[in-house]
Ligand binder design. Structure first.
Ligand SMILES: [Zn+2]
Length: 258
């Protein structure tokens, strides 16, 4: 990471403030961390509201979770964050929050794994539900690794959500995207119909992921309706969304994420 520790601390504090103000956490919930250039990690402290943190409240820990500097105690979920960093060397930030609509899907047992919105397919991909484990335990860290070695965003059963990214802002944008997606899916469910993107449109979005270097191998949807067509499948039955529209929307997403 190119950012200095001061810039990184300011970014974490700002993102925590946004998470709190958007209602993605209550009381002292949630935690955010970032990988530093020297192999250490910045963590939010335990037992403090994310809405009112100061840069000096952040704690520096090593890869084993030992405190290197800071006056506070690191988040109780530090173990989970560090296990994710070990598994995904491409990841520089982890955000954990309880956004109410996405968490509602996690409580209802409904994963966000259908290809419905082009922005979500390109910038986040499929969002499965990881099985419940007690917060703060190695068991939760192990469950997370199982999912996050493949996915960039996961709902936690009866708990909340985790997003990862190459920067704190990028991981936060993914959290915003899944909560926004969950709200739209909730409305569509209430209206009585969820129309998935068809295979050819999904295939074009995956091409865009490749073009912009966004983990082209990551799963983007896990529903039969949006199955990617084989060579033997007719093109005509699969073009609900024009490639131009898909490309235009996706470019906007990519620009936002840069
Ligand atoms: Zn939590």
């Amino acid at each position: 990471m190119a950012s200095s520790i001061f810039t990184l601390k300011k970014e974490i504090v700002e993102i925590c403030r946004r998470i709190y103000e958007r209602g993605y956490v209550a009381a002292n919930d949630g935690n955010v961390s970032a990988r530093m250039d020297n192999g250490h990690f910045l963590m939010t402290p335990t037992g403090m509201s994310k809405g009112f943190l100061l840069p000096s409240d952040l704690v520096v820990v090593d890869a084993e979770g030992n405190k290197v500097s800071g006056t506070r105690k690191a988040s109780s979920e530090a173990k989970m964050h560090l296990t994710i960093y070990k598994t995904r060397p491409d990841v520089n930030a982890v955000v954990h929050a309880h956004p109410p609509t996405a968490t509602g899907f996690a409580v209802a047992g409904i994963p966000l794994t259908k290809c419905v919105l082009p922005e979500v397919v390109v910038s986040v991909g499929a969002i499965p539900i990881a099985e419940y484990a007690t917060p703060g335990t190695q068991e939760l860290a192990d469950v997370m690794v199982k999912y996050l070695k493949t996915y960039d965003a996961v709902l936690l059963e009866n708990h909340g959500a985790i997003t990862i990214g190459d920067s704190v802002t990028n991981a936060h944008y993914k959290m915003e995207t899944i909560e926004h997606f969950a709200k739209i899916m909730f409305v569509a469910h209430q209206l009585g119909n969820v129309q998935s993107l068809k295979g050819e449109a999904v295939s074009q979005l995956i091409d865009l992921r490749k073009k912009f270097g966004i983990r082209p191998d990551a799963p983007v949807c896990e529903s039969d309706e949006c199955r990617i067509p084989t060579a033997a499948t007719s093109q005509n039955e699969l073009t609900d969304v024009s490639p131009e529209l898909v490309e235009q929307i996706t470019r906007q997403v990519i620009n936002k994420l840069k």
